[in-house]
Each structure stands twice: as structure tokens, then as C-alpha cells.
Design a protein around this ligand. Structure first.
Ligand SMILES: [Zn+2]
Length: 104
């Protein structure tokens, strides 16, 4: 994954399905859907980045509850999204540009 993120405005619509994933829609008509596992495994926080660098699984961990669920999703200052997962993880902030980069 590149660290060069495209600039992206906030989506005009955000839909969280706690057991499936997130759908984002932008003013330019782009609609992108992301599965929970895809997002959890690509969590951009320092802890998860460190795990990936060591080729350790980000998810599931030995005590991860399955299936994965999103407890809440919150906007972070208009530039991204943070999700509280059912395994207690909540430190990752997904910038809007990251979602666009994943589907470029
Ligand atoms: Zn993380």
C-alpha cells in the first residue's frame, strides 16, 4: 500500500453495516464498498502497520471474536473514519484518500 494518498473530500454518504462493511458515496458519483475484514486487515494504525511489517496477522488474532463486527464508526475531523471493532481495536483512522487509493 502506498503512503502517497490522493486528496479526497469527505464522502457525501456513509453507510455502515456492522456485520458487512462500509459504503461510501462521493459527490462525483463514486460509490465504493469495503468489507469489514478488508478494512480491519489493512488498519492504518501504527500497531497494525507494525504487525504487517513483521508478516504477523493483523486479524484474526488468537483471541479475536469471530465473526468480525464493527461496533461504531465515527467521523474524525472531516478527514476520515475511525471504527471500533468487536475485538476492542479502535486506534485506526482511515483517511478518505485511503479508501480512494484502495480502489484506484
Ligand atoms: Zn490498527
Amino acid at each position: 500500500m502506498s503512503v502517497e494518498l490522493p486528496d479526497s473530500p469527505a464522502p457525501t454518504r456513509l453507510e455502515l453495516d456492522r456485520t458487512a462493511g462500509v459504503t461510501l458515496e462521493w459527490a462525483d458519483g463514486t460509490i465504493l464498498t469495503f468489507g469489514l475484514e478488508e478494512m480491519r486487515m489493512n488498519c492504518p494504525c501504527a500497531e497494525c502497520r507494525g504487525l504487517r511489517e513483521q508478516n504477523e496477522p493483523v486479524w484474526p488474532r488468537p483471541r479475536s471474536p469471530q465473526p468480525l463486527e464493527a461496533i461504531t464508526a465515527e467521523l474524525v475531523g472531516g478527514w476520515g473514519l475511525t471504527i471500533t471493532w468487536n475485538d476492542g481495536h479502535a486506534t485506526g483512522i482511515f483517511p478518505w484518500g485511503l479508501f480512494r487509493a484502495w480502489r484506484q
